[in-house]
Unconditional design. Structure first.
Length: 55
């Protein structure tokens, strides 16, 4: 179950990043949190980008 959910979350996050022009350089899902290395365009603040991804 965790593996399937992990893959689906990755797909969703990559899709959200593409919509805003954010590049996900690296990502790693843990059971209770996610690590991501993002390249955020200058027109967005880091806080805005993370807020967008969190929902």
């Amino acid at each position: 179950m965790y593996g399937k959910l992990r893959r689906r979350i990755g797909e969703i996050l990559r899709s959200l990043c593409r919509q805003k022009g954010i590049e996900m350089e690296e990502g790693n899902a843990m059971p209770d949190h996610i690590h991501m290395l993002l390249s955020v365009p200058p027109k967005y603040s880091i806080a805005m980008a993370i807020g967008y991804l969190k929902g």
